[in-house]
Write a protein that binds this ligand. Structure first.
Ligand SMILES: [Zn+2]
Length: 380
């Protein structure tokens, strides 16, 4: 910070903001601690040294003079308003698609306030002593094709399909955004080109990657939403894809595809580590951290993407919209107990720790579940 005279010769303190490469001047107010006698005399000396500034501007045209007089406000605009606007642009750019998870919270809160909005029962899950998932209404309560479900491998004869086709999977993201959505940790990758999936059980339909989020439990023996028989996993990641060019994917018959991946307790997962380490910075709902670069989507996914369970289900959080094509990989990845416990640190809108966020398995109601394997590997 240094002192300079303004066009009338009054003392201005000048602040340079290197990040924006801009300089802001603020007039010293009488009585402010900055206006010490030393500073005053510095300012007076500066005034005396540059008496011609005020004189020079008298020769300027009227509108230029006006602009010149307004420069303080212009500087304030550049220094204060523009960065806020840019920050918002950055956020809205990352959140440009229908943010279903945050919408879910608003939906649930609205429903809850209609019920009287008592404090108990505000949380999506019953860790607050409220009704939790049993209070979810709409399709959550009446739907006949809900998720998650329990897979029964011995009852599912394998069917063979061509492999899933991905595009843009190996792109290093321009930035990775990690957000506390209020009931999960959500990861978005900003990439130059969209990441898409088609083929396999999706056929010719093309889906565009939106976000990854996680489901966990109170203790390592639970946490996954889907189970194999009675077996739960400590963590399940959902890779959410929307049908390409769809205006309202949750309202469309085939609007959403979710890829599910579970984790077993084991060694530290290097790909999840930057996320679990950042959780401490996004404890409050809505908080996010954006970092340049990051892992590719391929790094997050399992090695074997050719073997998976497939069925038609729903979103596992309100409004539990149906018409979701589930691709749930049988291969899994490892995560350490310490990493899973990091996820439990996020807080919901009530300020309570989201100690778990998985929905119980739902009845199949006669739905067909397929264990899909790659037909590309069959040697004829
Ligand atoms: Zn999910």
């Amino acid at each position: 910070m240094r002192l300079i005279p303004d066009y009338k010769g009054r003392a201005l303190q000048q602040l340079h903001i290197p990040l924006l490469n801009i300089t802001v001047g603020t007039r010293l107010l009488p009585g402010t601690p900055e206006l010490t006698n030393t500073r005053k005399s510095q300012a007076i000396q500066l005034q005396q040294r540059t008496p011609s500034l005020a004189h020079r501007r008298t020769s300027l045209p009227h509108h230029v003079k006006k602009l010149y007089q307004m420069r303080f406000f212009l500087l304030v605009f550049v220094a204060v308003v523009a960065p806020i606007a840019l920050a918002h642009l950055e956020t809205s750019d990352l959140e440009e698609t229908v943010d279903m998870k945050l919408d879910d919270i608003q939906y649930f809160k609205k429903k809850n306030s209609l019920r009287g909005g008592d404090k108990k029962g505000d949380a999506l899950y019953d860790y607050d002593g409220g009704p939790g998932t049993s209070a979810w209404d709409g399709a959550c309560a009446t739907g006949k094709a809900q998720s998650p479900i329990s897979f029964q491998p011995h009852q599912s004869a394998p069917v063979y399909r061509r492999v899933l086709r991905f595009t843009g999977l190996q792109q290093t993201p321009l930035s990775t955004n990690i957000t506390n959505s209020g009931h999960s940790v959500k990861v978005k990758l900003r990439t130059l080109k969209p990441i898409t999936v088609s083929g396999g059980v999706l056929g010719e339909k093309v889906y565009e990657f939106q976000q990854i989020h996680f489901h966990w439990g109170k203790v390592p023996k639970e946490g996954s939403e889907h189970t194999i028989g009675a077996k739960s996993f400590p963590l399940e990641a959902h890779f959410v894809f929307y049908k390409a060019n769809s205006k309202n994917p949750s309202a469309e018959e085939d609007g959403i595809t979710v890829l599910g991946l579970t984790y077993e307790i084991g060694k530290t997962n290097a790909v999840l580590d930057p996320i679990t380490k950042i959780v401490d910075q996004i404890v409050m709902p809505g908080q996010f951290v954006s970092r340049s670069g990051g892992f590719t989507l391929q790094d997050y996914l399992p090695r074997d993407m050719d073997t998976y369970f497939n069925y038609r289900g729903s979103l596992t959080t309100p409004p539990c919209s149906e018409g979701v094509t589930w691709v749930w990989f049988t291969d899994n990845r490892q995560v350490s107990d310490r990493q899973v416990s990091q996820f439990r640190k996020i807080k919901d809108d009530l300020g309570l720790n989201v100690i778990y966020n998985f929905r119980e398995t739902q009845p199949l109601n006669g739905r067909k579940v397929m264990l899909v394997k790659s037909s590309d590997k069959i040697v004829l």
